[in-house]
Design a protein around this ligand. Sequence first.
Ligand code: SDX
Length: 396
Amino acid sequence: QTGMFTYDPGFLSTASCQSAITYIDGDKGELLYRGYPIEQLATSCDYLDVCYLLLKGELPNEQQRNDFHKLVINHTMVNEQMQFFLRGFRRDAHPMAVLTGLVGGMSAFYHDSTDINNPEHREIAAIRLIAKMPTLVAMAYKYKIGQPYMYPLNKLSYAGNFLRMMFGTPCEEYVVNPVLERALDRIFILHADHEQNASTSTVRLCGSSGTNPFAAIAAGVACLWGPSHGGANEACLNMLEEIQANGGVAKIGEFIEKVKDKSSGVKLMGFGHRVYKNYDPRAKLMQETCHEVLTELGLENDPLFALAKKLEQIALEDDYFVQRKLYPNVDFYSGIVQRAIGIPVNLFTGIFALARTVGWIAQLNEMIGDPEYKIGRPRQLFTGSPRRDVPPLNKR
Ligand code: SDX
């Protein structure tokens, strides 16, 4: 029994840590940030409200909300020298390779003024990371397409600023589409934190050595890139486009059979989860957001959205998926809505990293803020050779 939640002893013996930030009930398909259901946060708050909640444990009142929004917006610019990191990359470098480098590079500017054991320093590092990630992701995109970087504009919202830094140019006024702005803000909320997933555990383990938070977050970015984790949204869209190119809905049955044939190595990307053995609540909200954006853009008949819904319906009626409790996860629809917003496929995981930065830094600060914390040191079950002597060379 910890707080109002009860766990079986077996679970507690394998738990990697205690945390008060995010709670997931995989069987019920429930996700709470500091006790608030994701469904309510996604419809009643904006992303910076959720950042405040994850960092401080409570939702902000009006004054706290205004102060926090202003604090973050006023830290969105990056040191002018950061742009020179990009020049070392090939233009066709994957944006996640660039982002891993840029976030790690932030250490070069801020680590010597950041004592991770100082609560105020931890707070300003969190603000800097949350504020600058959109600028860095947009810079990685602009570098790739050869357009000039756009400076943040403080009068815009967090999501509006990101849209303008991504799709605006110095040549003309960029008008933020409020539907896309709201959709992007909701995508950020849905990805903000998720308990001890692979990349968060990476950040905790890396940060437990006392390294600076920017280096620890860079480790999280690198881990998130994997196709089994944050890279699944990119992999899922590529999967949908391939099915579409090979015949679309008529070919779903054939694709499902290939997935069920383990020897094919083909997975239904965007399906399944280490914890959710029920519908990922974020997937439902992402599908709704997808519908809103596509309708607003006059793309409600987007063939890929229709294909995804049909694929989900067929999979959820198929014993292979039902018996294994495989349901859509957050990545199943997120690619379709990001593509509709205009975000290139290979930047989807960069958006995930942007949104998850607050979860990573909140979890890192929670760990470092516990005076009892020690450096992480996972143990192993040794399965190698017992002790033996080195034979002379002519006896090997
Ligand atoms: C994220 O941890 C988090 O919280 C992560 C995340 C977050 O917010 O941080 O939620 C974000 O990473 C979501 C997951 C995104 N990844 C994908 O969508 C990639 C496709 N999914 C799989 O690779 C897989 O489902 C995992 C990696 C997510 C989970 O894999 P597991 O732990 O092997 O799943 P499982 O133990 O529940 O699998 C049970 C069975 C196995 O088959 P059997 O050995 O029982 O015959 O289901 C099979 C698996 O092979 N299976 C799948 C499948 N996922 C699991 N078969 C086909 N397609 C799939 N997607």
